[in-house]
Design a protein. Structure first.
Length: 280
């Protein structure tokens, strides 16, 4: 996927990487998972270092490809278990028992997340979600301050009325993040997304349940060592940053083949959803 010319808006002391948005210092949390996830965290950290190291232009992407697209290396079973596979998850699309789960940790103020949402994700949905191969699970990972947090909570609130993916599409539209995510803007985006009860939307966005849901997603991202947005897991394979579309298609197809060969695709799933999952 081409690098976006629009950039995220972190605090002035924190610049985005060449391939992703960089978080604020508060993302430096202790790891809370097992040894395999510590190794994955090291990978995420290495990717971020390569992307920001001197004279790294053009080399960071190659480094990511080397460690994330090999058919076997860099796949962590413990990370694969982070897939929720909850048929009632309003922030997911695709069958709960799909052989491949892509988990995305993202921020609505991240320009590279928006680029992925507009240019890469729709093709993945059409090619893999619609035929039951892929499930996409969203994790709110707000790292750029108060507006990021507000947008994350608003997306969750839209999801409570079955309009998360419509809100996602509206919030990642061209030029949207530059207008900010103040309360009035978020309400307008919810209206654009077709959220029916805007009073309930506002109450949900401001409520404790939204705060808890966003915090849960954040802590999971911190726990696996995600240091930038977007960050992805594909059946336990970490992919950091805005990689080319072929990186995702390779990883998905390799994961689907592994699942077929091992015969354990979707074994932890709840009752399956329809192939497209939530309306988009």
């Amino acid at each position: 996927m081409p690098v976006s010319t629009s950039r995220p808006s972190p605090k002035p002391s924190r610049k985005p990487t060449a391939k992703s948005g960089k978080p604020t210092a508060r993302s430096r949390k202790p790891l809370v998972y097992g040894a395999a996830i510590v190794a994955a965290a090291a990978l995420f950290g290495y990717v971020s270092y390569r992307a920001t190291a001197p004279d790294s232009a053009g080399s960071g992407s190659a480094a990511v490809a080397d460690v994330t697209t090999d058919p076997e290396a860099g796949v962590y079973p413990e990370l694969a278990k982070l897939a929720r596979r909850d048929a009632g998850d309003k922030l997911a699309q695709g069958r709960a028992d799909a052989p491949v789960v892509l988990i995305e940790y993202a921020d609505f103020k991240c320009g590279y997340c928006a680029k992925f949402a507009r240019d890469t994700e729709p093709a993945l949905v059409k090619k893999y979600v619609d035929n039951g191969t892929l499930r996409i699970e969203w994790r709110n990972f707000p790292i750029f301050g108060a507006e990021s947090e507000a947008a994350a909570r608003a997306s969750w609130a839209a999801g409570q009325q079955g309009r998360f993916w419509q809100f996602h599409r509206a919030a990642y539209g061209e030029g949207v993040k530059e207008k900010g995510f103040g309360k009035d803007r978020l309400k307008a985006l919810a209206q654009q997304a077709g959220v029916a009860d805007l009073d309930r939307f506002q109450a949900d966005a401001d409520g404790a349940a939204a705060a808890a849901a966003v915090s849960k997603d954040q802590q999971q991202g911190y726990g696996i060592g995600a240091t930038s947005t977007p960050s992805f897991l594909i059946n336990g394979r970490p992919i950091a940053g805005a990689q080319p579309a072929r990186t995702f298609t390779q990883a998905i197809e390799q994961a689907a083949e592994r699942a077929k060969n091992t015969g354990n695709a979707g074994e932890d799933a709840t009752a399956p959803t329809n192939p497209k999952g939530a309306a988009k």
